[in-house]
Design a protein around this ligand. Structure first.
Ligand SMILES: Cc1cc2nc3c(=O)[nH]c(=O)nc-3n(C[C@H](O)[C@H](O)[C@H](O)COP(=O)(O)OP(=O)(O)OC[C@H]3O[C@@H](n4cnc5c(N)ncnc54)[C@H](O)[C@@H]3O)c2cc1C
Ligand SMILES: *[C@@H]1O[C@H](CO)[C@@H](O)[C@H](O)[C@H]1NC(C)=O
Ligand SMILES: *[C@@H]1O[C@H](CO)[C@@H](O)[C@H](O)[C@H]1NC(C)=O
Ligand SMILES: *[C@@H]1O[C@H](CO)[C@@H](O)[C@H](O)[C@H]1NC(C)=O
Length: 530
């Protein structure tokens, strides 16, 4: 059985990188910033563009070929790679004192590159947290502290090794960073049972906008601790580590994959899936990847093959599953298998899951939607037969229901809860010129598809998932040195619904001058009556 088509495709399209670095003109504030850092951070942890290691480090965790050329043409003033909380604090204090902003990078998977690339004419430094990646598991308490520079794969491996019987519900791709993903949610095939990664954060430590270290939720206060569990990275402070509630997993789980072509009634199966999948038992998730006239159903069941086959034959006979579609394994094997496929038979799990490097792949653009009312079979027929031309695109459908529907919209910043049938991610990939960074050739599949879908998905506002960052939903305007609430509301209410206002009030409390900001950071809500 092969790993899902999309990831396999992305993995085969490896682009080679060739480019040059333009060295920025150093304003005196930049010199002062570097000088300030040099007194508090060991010099080998601060790289400037003149260093031969600078470019490889900058590019090391870029996950979207579209951003390689822009990032190297407009590089940060320096990259700081802290090994200690005090280095993070120094970066914030020096940055504030000398007018240098920070872009914080954990795994570097931000869909719009905001952790290492600024679209604005501003002096910024990258704070790359990759060296802060320890995981401390407490099997007896069923908790773990994970440093925010760890990848999801490193977390999974540490948990699976230290505590068989325990797991953690986060995303599918092992190279994604904990820092970005857990700040914005973190969905995966255990969310119907246990919620998002952010729903299972029970404590955290953070460096705030003044450079103070707040070591736990008590020091943070309720509103800040609420905001960092789903309100998105890059707005409220720099998370150093999260304390997680680990979850129970059985000795064997079952992964099941079935592909249906249009000739095998894929349209009917997906139509039915829309209402069946969100109502299945919580310990069973079936997601779908729709691409080029076929649908790949990928399923995780927290139990044995015989049980899931009997449940699916009963509840979803159209899928026609048999035990031949199953693969039983430990939870730790599963988290590697869903991404690397049969490579787990020949490569040790630590080699797969601890590897932070991933081929850079093609140019990418993603958008997202939420569906509350099932689409008709005629609409699905139209999607399956969409003329795609040379462009490559796919839809990934992630079922909600279960635990996702039992958490109230305002309990955490992530508002897409009860009533949601599923999330759609539209993925477009194409081969651009990595060195030139030519984005003018962006195929328009994704935007015409997104426009077509408007009547069928959530409205007023049309909702989106914060972790599938999409700058086409809107970007902040800066007035008087501060991002405006009005401009933020345009994209912010799509990601956070009614919670956006509370996030903006929290921002005002913890970072009123908007030091931590980017094109889509939460702006401070200033309560001025007109
Ligand atoms: C290949 C791939 C697969 C994915 N699969 C999934 C999935 O299965 N489920 C899912 O939910 N999402 C998925 N995503 C989306 C992913 O969760 C987000 O892109 C996430 O923001 C990436 O986190 P990162 O740390 O790797 O990114 P980064 O680019 O490092 O950071 C993203 C944002 O968070 C900020 N940030 C990073 N670290 C910190 C910190 N310590 N404190 C404060 N702010 C911080 C950054 O400044 C930036 O604004 C996937 C993305 C990719 C590219
Ligand atoms: C878009 O989503 C796909 C599938 O989840 C992922 O592999 C890809 O890296 C994402 N694109 C971007 C721009 O991050
Ligand atoms: C990590 O993955 C990259 C990209 O697939 C590969 O080139 C490299 O050899 C891997 N490293 C190890 C130690 O396996
Ligand atoms: C949709 O379903 C209806 C009713 O079952 C059927 O008549 C019609 O042919 C279907 N359309 C497509 C495109 O499958």
């Amino acid at each position: 059985m092969a790993v899902s088509t999309p990831i396999a495709l992305l993995l085969t399209a490896v682009c080679f990188l060739g480019f040059y670095v333009a060295v920025p003109v150093l304003a005196s504030s930049s010199d002062d910033f570097l000088q300030c850092l040099s007194t508090q951070v060991p010099s080998q942890l601060v790289l400037t563009p003149t260093s031969p290691s600078f470019k490889p480090l900058l590019v090391s965790s870029i996950r979207n070929a579209r951003f390689v050329a822009p990032a190297t043409a407009r590089p940060p003033l320096c990259i700081v790679t802290p090994t200690d909380a005090s280095h993070v604090q120094a970066a914030v204090r020096c940055g504030r004192a000398h007018g240098v902003r920070l872009r914080v990078r954990s795994g570097g998977h931000d869909n719009e590159g905001l952790s290492y690339l600024s679209q604005r004419p501003e002096v910024f430094a990258v704070l790359d947290l990759a060296k802060l990646h320890a995981v401390r598991v407490d099997p007896r308490e069923a908790t773990a502290w994970v440093d925010s520079g760890a990848t999801v794969g490193e977390l999974y491996y540490a948990v699976g090794k230290a505590a068989p019987g325990l797991g953690f519900p986060a995303g599918v791709c092992p190279t994604v960073g904990v820092g970005g993903q857990f700040s914005g949610g973190g969905q995966g095939l255990m969310m119907r049972m246990y919620g998002l990664a952010s729903d299972n954060i029970i404590d955290a430590s953070i460096v705030d906008a003044h450079g103070n270290l707040l070591p736990n939720k008590k020091a943070m206060g309720d509103s800040l601790f609420w905001a960092i569990r789903g309100g998105g990275g890059g707005s409220f402070g720099i998370v150093l580590s999260f304390k997680l509630r680990l979850v129970a997993v059985p000795p064997k789980v079952t992964y099941l994959s079935v592909t249906k072509t249009m000739e095998q009634d894929a349209v009917d199966a997906v139509t039915k899936w829309q209402t069946v999948a969100p109502a299945l038992p919580d310990d069973l998730s079936v997601r779908v990847v729709v691409q080029q006239r076929q649908a790949n159903f990928q399923s995780l069941y927290l139990g044995r093959c015989s049980q899931v086959v009997s449940t699916l034959r009963d509840r979803f006979p159209e899928l026609g599953v048999t035990s031949a579609d199953c693969r039983e394994m430990t939870w730790l094997q599963y988290v590697a298998y869903i991404f690397f496929g049969d490579a787990i038979d020949t490569t040790p799990l630590d080699v797969l899951l601890l590897n932070r490097t991933m081929p850079i792949g093609p140019f990418l653009k993603n958008r997202s939607d939420y569906v509350k009312k099932a689409l008709t079979n005629n609409t699905w027929h139209k999607i399956f037969t969409w003329p795609s031309g040379a462009a490559q695109g796919e839809l990934i459908l992630e079922p909600h229901g279960g635990r996702m529907a039992k958490i109230a919209d305002g309990d955490t910043p992530f508002p897409h809860r009860s009533g949601v049938l599923y999330n759609i991610q539209y993925v477009q990939f194409w081969n651009g010129n990595t060195a030139a960074g030519n984005t003018s050739s962006t195929p328009d599949w994704i935007n015409t598809m997104y426009d077509y879908m408007a009547p069928f998905v959530t409205k007023n506002p049309r909702a989106a998932y914060a972790n599938y960052r999409d700058l086409d939903l809107g970007v902040n305007k800066v007035v008087g040195g501060v991002s405006t609430y009005k401009s933020g509301k345009v994209w912010g209410e799509r990601y956070f619904g009614g919670n956006f206002r509370r996030l903006a009030m929290t921002k005002r409390k913890v970072d009123p001058t908007d030091y931590f900001r980017n094109e889509q950071s939460v702006p401070p809500l200033t309560l001025i009556r007109k």
